[in-house]
Design a protein around this ligand. Sequence first.
Ligand SMILES: NC(=O)c1ccc[n+]([C@@H]2O[C@H](COP(=O)([O-])OP(=O)(O)OC[C@H]3O[C@@H](n4cnc5c(N)ncnc54)[C@H](OP(=O)(O)O)[C@@H]3O)[C@@H](O)[C@H]2O)c1
Length: 354
Amino acid sequence: MKSFIIYGASGYTGELIAEKCKELDYPAILAGRNPDRIRPLAEKLDLPFRVFDLDDSSKIQSSIKDCFAVLHCAGPFVHTAEPMARACIAAGVHYMDITGEIPVFQTIHSLDGEAKKAGVALMPGTGFDVVPTDCAANMVTARCKNATDLDIAFFSLGQMSRGTMKSALLQMPNGNRIRRNGKVESGALLKLKKTVRLAGKDRTGFSIPWGDVFTAGISTGIGNVTVYSMVPGLPVFMAPLIRPFTGLLKNAGVQSFLRNRIDSGSAGPDEKTRNSDRSYVYARAWNSANESEFAEVEIETMEGYRFTVESSIKVLEKLEKAKGLSGFLTPSMAFGSDLVLELPDTKILRQLPN
Ligand SMILES: NC(=O)c1ccc[n+]([C@@H]2O[C@H](COP(=O)([O-])OP(=O)(O)OC[C@H]3O[C@@H](n4cnc5c(N)ncnc54)[C@H](OP(=O)(O)O)[C@@H]3O)[C@@H](O)[C@H]2O)c1
């Protein structure tokens, strides 16, 4: 394999990806803004490293231009994705990231034309958000040709990393997001709910601003997309009590208090949890003019952070071999909806119609 950069390698997820690359003997170059965090990791894993921040595009370009791709793991991506993606386009280097933030998908999508001219692939969302859901969405769309609507849901017992919680916290003041008639619209958090059979039980959850609200609209062409999370820790009856307080998330003091609470927590799930927890992803496409036209799929797969490591490395492997990929691509647009089934410990649990 040709060399690639893992930027943000000192973070919880970046380090897991770096460790896996070392295990596979892949030529990863670790990178980040802080030498005191990158150097010890590079020494521990015996991998090369580079230190640069994201303020100066020419510095980023000169630091990445000898690599075939950057796997960007430094989030919250609202602060980091655009400078890295622009530098990738200027340097002729493929861009991947593990974001789940809708505004980031929108920004990267806006660079589609420039990336196509440069022959650079832009692939945001190569982790748990959005690989399994994007693949599931495209599986059901292929089996329901006249679909007008798409629901996606997922269930996972898993704990979130500090970086994921901070990224989600930054997005919460924007409220919920759904796609209606092709447009991404805002709404209240903890309002729109749905019950879905997942992991063998009926589970109720709320619509959330997950990346597929943007990406599945692009990769399936369906105008109405809603994503639900079946959160195990949040009893559904509590939602109306909590909802009035979600407005407080716009307050800078509340944001800062919650960020400090997150910082005092653990970096992310431990190895035992990553190797034992399971995740379940569901998609249903249907034709609103004729509800007997529908397709459903449920996929069982790995815990979210183990998934993110495996799926990002799978995408890197495929991107290196692919010819002529350029512009904004979702995982299933680039490599087909069976991409998810190529990952370890992943299978279709049920499909309708059979
Ligand atoms: N799609 C998915 O399913 C998925 C899965 C896992 C993670 N993620 C996302 O990935 C991101 C990282 O998560 P994590 O748990 O690994 O977080 P983390 O442990 O907090 O690590 C964050 C990393 O980003 C770097 N960073 C942050 N802001 C930066 C900036 N302005 N410039 C340069 N580097 C910066 C940090 O560098 P320093 O060490 O210098 O602070 C650190 O290396 C989050 O946005 C998370 O939501 C998504």
